[in-house]
Design a protein around this ligand. Structure first.
Ligand code: SF4
Ligand code: SF4
Ligand code: SF4
Length: 271
């Protein structure tokens, strides 16, 4: 783990002038290396973290809003108010966009138009990690695909490689667009890529992810390698799908679909 940005620039023979400047993860008066605050006594541990999104529990706009707001507020995710500059760690989009190629003209209308909660899939085989030249994107042993903003030089290779649109680039200074800055979490600078980190900073304090906490049971987080975990129970007792599983990135975010009862009881079991 060893290549910080300065070393990378030295090895690559770049001058610091003209290279992306958004590599500093900071809060007022302080510079933090993401990996510095991970090893704590309270750290929640897992062999492989995973999440289950129960779409049956997303009924109202408020159900969506509260999980998205919980994440974006505590992580100082800016809101520029336009899609061009949008930074998103967790968001909602239609079945068609979330699961392209899996829609068909006969699927229930309620599903076709239902927004799905989306975030980084923390893929077991993540292309974003393979292409990152500075190791700013790396895989933790517990399955979290991490983003170390100290090392990010803003080349955006990871954005091109991620087939899920899970990464955002700060084209503008994000700080003026943060309505209520959370002093407990670093803000970013122009020129870095950012994304969901499975709330690694909360896991370090013994807390579950903020979106999970705010979801009233609609999101479940746990160790998929543990056969007694709640995520495993949900996977054992429900039919679940993953985004673009055919690409082989092996997402660990699973979706329980909201299939209308009439369809389930209407003899679709051999579909
Ligand atoms: S969803 Fe995208 S950013 Fe997240 S691990 Fe997979 S490839 Fe990387
Ligand atoms: S933009 Fe992405 S690929 Fe480039 S250094 Fe930053 S994390 Fe790595
Ligand atoms: S796991 Fe944490 S970082 Fe990821 S979307 Fe949920 S609240 Fe945001």
């Amino acid at each position: 783990m060893s290549m910080d940005r300065r070393e990378f620039l030295k090895i690559a023979g770049f001058s610091t002038i003209g290279i992306g400047v958004g590599w500093i993860l900071s809060r007022p008066g302080e510079f933090l290396e993401a990996s510095q605050f991970l090893q704590t006594k309270e750290l929640l541990k897992a062999k492989q973290w995973a999440m289950v999104v129960d779409m049956r529990r997303f009924k109202t706009e408020e159900d969506y809003r509260k999980v998205i707001d919980a994440c974006h507020k505590i992580h100082n995710v800016p809101d520029f108010g336009n899609p061009k500059d949008e930074i998103k760690w967790i968001w909602a989009d239609t079945f068609e966009h979330a699961f392209p190629g899996q829609e068909n003209e006969f699927m229930p209308e309620s599903m076709k138009h239902k927004p799905f909660i989306l975030l980084c899939n923390h893929c077991e085989n993540p292309p974003c990690v393979r292409v990152c030249p500075t190791k700013a994107t790396f895989k933790r042993k517990d399955g979290i695909t991490m983003q170390d903003l100290h090392r990010c030089i803003g080349c955006r290779y990871c954005m091109a490689a991620c087939p899920f649109g899970a990464r955002s680039f700060n084209y503008r200074d994000p700080r003026p667009a943060i309505k209520e800055p959370n002093p407990e979490y670093p803000t970013r600078m122009i020129g870095v890529v950012e994304k969901c980190t499975f709330c690694e900073e909360r896991l370090a304090k013994g807390q579950i992810p903020a979106c999970v906490e705010a979801s009233n049971g609609a999101l479940t987080f746990g160790d998929i390698a543990d056969p007694n975990s709640e995520v495993r129970r949900l996977l054992n007792t429900n039919y679940t799908i993953r985004r673009k599983a055919e690409l082989g990135t092996r997402p660990v975010v699973y979706y329980i679909l909201d299939i209308p009862t009439s369809v389930v009881s209407g003899g679709e079991s051999n579909a």
